[in-house]
Design a protein around this ligand. Structure first.
Ligand code: NIG
Ligand code: FE
Length: 421
């Protein structure tokens, strides 16, 4: 059968291996890189990939696009974002620069609490318009699938509004969104002394989240000044009982047992892990919990300690690299920058980083059957970069290399602009 569209003559085409499970440890440094490569799309799916002459897939209806001098990867997957929120935190920037810590700003009612107020005060349309712009920026930077967390409402009405925005964006834009309910993102002052009743309230929201199909995953911020390990575990176990996938923000600021919780409840992923102990790395590796690493957050928090990615891979863990896009600890839409920091500060190889944002990220959002590699039959999601080599994409930092993006076989970004018709 002839292809609908063939993209030809890529200098390099990154083809991750999908062995039916996330890439663990040393597997992360393996991939096939095709030269003078083509990708053929049929019916919105990958039909074939190869080197040299694609004429076997061509007939008079096939659209052929020549990408000489460029490289391509499967559509990038940003598997940890806080996409939907009101306001921004630019007014706290001076405090941050003067040395006030993230938790100190939170403790005086700023930080996540300030975004909570702005989000509660925003209508559905306001949240939708704002998140749509951010999502479009992510797409322009090469992203075709995004995980999006709620968590700036804390009350049911606002949490639901955030998740409804995610659902509508998923319907309206050519990008796949995977929704995570993160009601347990912050503790307001009135619950500081005893957050347990708050956990009860969040647990009580879970059946409704399920019933309305608002989220597939449940996440919790387990850290100093937020939820402790026991509260986090109680929430994630309740979520698991209802059939949600689970994830946890763990060991971002302090190591208080979040990774152990991830291993005990069988979470799909544990996120951040900057402060993880060697012992907890072993626990995550043994329980096959994916480590979602967010180096742009460490960078933006101006911290010195990046997640010990090499130790994790040495222990046999699967890891991803993701933005954490949010108004506080990581205001960016640029996954490529996080990837470049993955090389520079997590000391990952370009191949490891590319596997992290494709096949492993697909497993982390439970979409590996559809996306994350270029195996025939998966969605025809592809990102084209104006780079002479894959190494260049990781080496030349803080610019947008993505020139074209394909989603389900359709070109949705061309010349760094959204295709609107
Ligand atoms: O992943 N750590 C908790 N949540 C976010 C920050 C959200 C915010 O500051 O608004 C994070 O870093
Ligand atoms: Fe986060």
């Amino acid at each position: 059968m002839a292809a609908d569209r063939i993209l030809t003559h890529f200098n390099e085409l990154f083809c991750p291996h999908d062995p039916g499970h996330p890439l663990y440890g040393s597997e992360m440094n393996e991939a096939t890189v095709l030269k003078d490569a083509y990708v053929a799309f049929a019916d919105g799916k990958i039909q074939a990939i190869g080197e040299g002459d694609p004429s076997a897939y061509v007939d008079e209806h096939t659209v052929i696009e020549d990408y000489s001098g460029k490289v391509a990867t499967p559509g990038l997957i940003d598997c940890h974002t806080h996409l939907v929120y009101g306001g921004n935190r630019a007014h706290e920037f001076a405090k941050k620069l003067s040395g006030m810590s993230y938790l100190d700003i939170l403790a005086e009612g700023g930080g996540i609490l300030s975004t909570l107020n702005a989000t509660r005060a925003s209508s559905f349309d306001e949240l939708y318009d704002k998140s749509r712009k951010l999502l479009e920026q992510m797409m322009i930077h090469g992203v075709t699938s995004v995980e999006a967390k709620s968590g700036y409402g804390l009350n049911w009405e606002t949490e639901r509004r955030q998740m409804e925005v995610v659902r509508k964006l998923n319907e309206d834009l050519p990008v796949d969104l995977v929704s995570t309910f993160m009601g347990a993102h912050v503790i307001p002052p009135e619950y500081k002394a005893n957050p347990d009743p708050l956990i009860d309230q969040i647990i009580a929201m879970l059946p409704q989240v399920k019933e309305e199909g608002l989220a597939e995953f449940v996440d919790v911020f387990c850290d100093d000044g937020v939820y402790n390990a026991q509260q986090s575990k109680r929430l994630l176990e309740a979520a698991k009982d209802l059939g949600f996938g689970t994830r946890i923000h763990a060991d971002e600021i302090a190591s208080i047992g979040g990774s152990a919780v991830a291993a005990e409840v069988g979470a799909v992923s544990a996120e951040h892990l900057m402060m993880i102990t060697d012992e907890d790395i072993q626990k995550l590796a043994k329980a096959h919990v994916i480590g979602n690493l967010l180096p742009a957050t460490t960078f933006s928090l101006m911290e010195d300690t990046y997640a010990p990615a090499r130790k994790m891979m040495d222990a046999g863990m699967a890891i991803t690299v993701t933005t954490d896009s949010n108004p506080g600890s990581c205001p960016t839409a640029n996954l490529q920058f996080a990837m470049q920091l993955g090389c520079l500060y997590l000391r990952m190889t370009p191949i490891e980083v590319l596997n992290a944002v494709t096949v492993n990220a697909a497993y982390s959002i439970n979409r590996a059957a559809d996306v994350g590699s270029l195996d025939p039959g998966k969605k025809a999601d592809l990102t084209v970069f104006d780079c002479p080599s894959l190494d260049y994409l990781l080496y030349y930092f803080a610019t947008n290399h993505a020139v074209a993006v394909y989603k389900n076989g359709a070109c949705v970004v061309r010349d760094r602009q959204l295709v609107t018709e």
